[in-house]
Design a protein around this ligand. Structure first.
Ligand code: DX5
Ligand code: ZN
Length: 233
């Protein structure tokens, strides 16, 4: 399979986005600096509200606090309902990408536009049970599609293999659109399944417990990149 070159940016074809959900929150500045030094392309920032998902995590204050520590994009994954009110706060806090679940917004076309109006890249997130048909009329407002390979709410869950089919389907939609849209996968990504996700068509990989759960972040990221090189070869 030929390497996918991102047309607008001289960035690597595949991106690794460590989720700080599994980081040590008492040392978060150091954690994000360390994981970027180890080769992270994005910082994945999981926002949970104890309403849309049964867990409560971090908000714009923490995003603002880590922003000066790293240069890479902060990829904010909103698992909140409602969505719109919090978007300007995250844009001000330095978010680069903001994704949300379409079921959590009453008017998701408007929400996508709101994210772009705030100067961020916008995307939709698909739970394992959510159909891709939400994409049908909004492809022109989307910069990133995030396929969940676990049900959202917690780190450390097992990868749901049916996600591979949905990644392939999303890849076809992106290629048919001819648009510059990232395809991200989130949940249970490890060294031993990242290659399968890439072969299905993903180009951006969230990994929380696989990276922050290990003592040497660079060892894990290097091993993931070695798996991804085999897909490109
Ligand atoms: C789940 C979150 C994920 C998750 C990833 O709701 O969106 O980002 O924390 O963690 P791992 O890689 O441990 O599944
Ligand atoms: Zn996430």
């Amino acid at each position: 399979m030929p390497a996918r070159i991102h047309p607008l940016h001289a960035m690597p074809t595949f991106r690794i986005a460590p989720s700080i959900l599994s980081a040590d929150f008492a040392r978060l500045g150091e954690e994000v600096r360390d994981v970027v030094a180890a080769g992270a392309d994005f910082i994945h920032f999981d926002v949970m509200d104890n309403h849309y998902v049964p867990n409560l995590t971090i908000g714009p204050l923490i995003c603002e606090a880590i922003r000066p520590h790293v240069q890479v994009p902060i990829d904010v994954h909103l698992m909140v309902k409602p969505v719109d009110r919090i978007i300007p706060d995250f844009a001000k806090a330095g978010a680069s990408i903001i994704t949300f679940h379409p079921e959590a917004s009453d008017h998701f076309d408007r929400t996508l536009q709101l994210i772009r109006d705030q100067g961020c890249k916008a995307g939709l997130v698909f739970n394992p049970g959510t159909p891709l048909h939400y994409l049908e009329h909004v492809m022109d407002k989307i910069d990133i599609i995030l396929i969940m390979s676990v049900n959202p709410g917690f780190g450390g869950q097992s990868f749901i293999p049916q996600a591979l089919k949905k990644i392939s389907a999303a890849r076809k939609l992106i290629d048919a659109s001819g648009r510059d849209i990232l395809l991200e996968v989130d949940g249970g990504i490890k060294i031993d399944n990242i290659g399968a996700a890439a072969r299905a068509g993903a180009d951006t990989f969230v990994a929380g417990s696989a990276i922050f759960g290990k003592p040497d972040y660079k060892d894990v990221i290097d091993a993931m990149r070695a798996e991804l090189r085999q897909v490109q070869a």
